[in-house]
Design a protein around this ligand. Structure first.
Ligand SMILES: [Zn+2]
Length: 443
């Protein structure tokens, strides 16, 4: 079989490996879907298709650890509300009118936005998982897709355990071919009962897949679960056996020390969603205490209905500044730690750090390439690693993304999507969103 080879030349490379290896002016060779070789200076033996990336920064593809992919359909329709009001009066009623076709085009729009913002892997939690997966497959991105499970309010056809298990079994084992990593998404401790959670734990063990859930997003959630069970949400989940599986937990704002000890013991990965948390005034995730407990923390946009953009670089700056203010310490959460959160720590939170999150030979070739000639990224002081970490954390934004490669394939080059038809995605998704809002009586 012919293996495509690409050689990238004359680029600055941040590997985000354990030794902070970087190359001020280096090269990187991709063979098929994996990184074959990288190093400093001119490439001793360039092979295959040659790309001169003068003035560019090559870094690991950005990892978005929590989102609800079709949510651009709701963008700009439900702002300035409290979380439960927002869910009950707008989001859930509008979601009642969703169709697989609307989900497909909403997902396609989100994937286009992810791509244009340098996101190569994302963890989604939504229903109509088959339609989400179809759209993600056509986009070429790497999707960790959770089929959402609710036990109350009453389950609707697409949100049941059976539907989720069907989805997982149909994609499990086809990750290399589809770039889809199926998993289970029990929505939250307040929307799933103990028996459902126990079943999810069993199924996740059976299929050997991740569980993606919201935990302790609001104080009200903690009070509700405590009133019903006498336990914190974390301890309630632990009592069902769910945390014995590999778990990705979104938000994790209101945790006590016992909860943090459980996270550490069970190896729970966390998704930090600063913009969504700020917008809904949910609170500030205790990053410092999570790090003290050695919990891997990645960054997430959350859905477009509570962000409202899907620009992970912009969210990184917000998230870091919020933590500094929260700790009243400008030395907390350095730019280096921030860029790790955006890449390798996000991969760890997903349990995928052996495959993605850093640029090392043998890993999957997922790359985000920033154009360092943007005025907001100048000057670049050659030979100064801290300068690059600083630029990525405090100055860069999605608009600085020049190229994106996933699985060895350029999906975006010079900001032009190579796989998806941009105009078609914009037109179809806008049409679907209008129809949906009209049916829900919101337009
Ligand atoms: Zn969420």
């Amino acid at each position: 079989m012919h293996t495509a080879v690409k050689t990238l030349l004359n680029c600055t490379i941040l590997t985000m490996d354990a030794n902070d290896t970087w190359y001020p002016r280096g090269y990187l060779i991709v063979e098929g879907n994996r990184i074959a070789k990288l190093g400093e200076g001119s490439c001793p033996s360039p092979r295959g298709d040659i790309y001169d990336l003068e003035g560019k920064l090559v870094m690991p593809g950005l990892v978005n650890t929590h989102t609800h992919t079709p949510s651009p359909l709701f963008r700009g329709m439900a702002d300035d509300l409290k979380l439960m009001d927002w869910l009950q009066t707008l989001i859930w009623p509008a979601e009642k009118h969703l169709t697989a076709e609307a989900v497909y085009w909403g997902t396609s729009l989100a994937c286009l936005e992810f791509l244009e913002n340098g996101i190569t892997t994302f963890a989604d939690q939504y229903f109509f998982a088959d339609a989400v997966a179809e759209a993600v497959k056509s986009s070429g991105l790497r999707g960790v897709l959770a089929a959402t499970v609710f036990s109350h309010p009453s389950p609707e056809t697409d949100r049941t355990l059976e539907a989720a298990a069907d989805f997982v079994s149909s994609y499990r084992g086809r990750e290399e071919e589809t770039r889809i990593y199926p998993c289970f998404g029990p929505h939250a401790p307040y929307s799933c009962d103990a028996s459902t959670l126990r079943e999810v734990a069993k199924l996740a063990e059976h299929y050997g897949v991740l569980v993606h859930i919201h935990i302790s997003e609001t104080k009200e959630e903690n009070e509700k679960i405590r009133a019903a069970t006498g336990l914190s949400p974390t301890r309630f989940l632990e009592s069902t056996g769910l945390l014995d599986r590999q778990v990705l937990a979104a938000h994790c704002i209101h945790l006590d020390d016992q909860d943090l000890g459980i996270f550490r013991e069970k190896g729970v990965g966390v998704s930090y969603n600063p913009v969504s948390n700020l917008k809904l005034v949910s609170g500030v995730m205790p990053l410092k205490r999570l790090w003290e407990h050695q919990v891997p923390v990645g960054l997430g946009t959350d859905g477009a209905q509570s962000n409202n953009s899907l620009d992970l670089l912009r969210d990184l700056k917000t998230g870091v500044l919020l933590q500094k203010q929260h700790e009243e310490d400008p030395t907390f959460c350095t730019a280096r730690e921030a860029v790790r959160m955006l890449t390798i720590e996000g991969a760890r939170a997903l349990g995928m750090a052996d495959q993605i999150g850093s640029l090392e030979p043998g890993k999957l070739a997922d790359l985000t390439v920033l154009d360092l000639t943007g005025s907001n990224l100048q000057p670049v002081h050659q030979g100064l690693l801290s300068n690059l970490y600083s630029h990525v954390t405090y100055s860069a934004m999605g608009a600085n993304v020049a190229h994106v490669m996933v699985d060895g394939e350029f999906l975006l080059y010079n900001r032009i999507p190579l796989r998806v038809n941009r105009n078609e995605v914009l037109q179809k998704s806008a049409h679907m969103a209008t129809k949906l809002m009209q049916k829900a009586g919101l337009l």
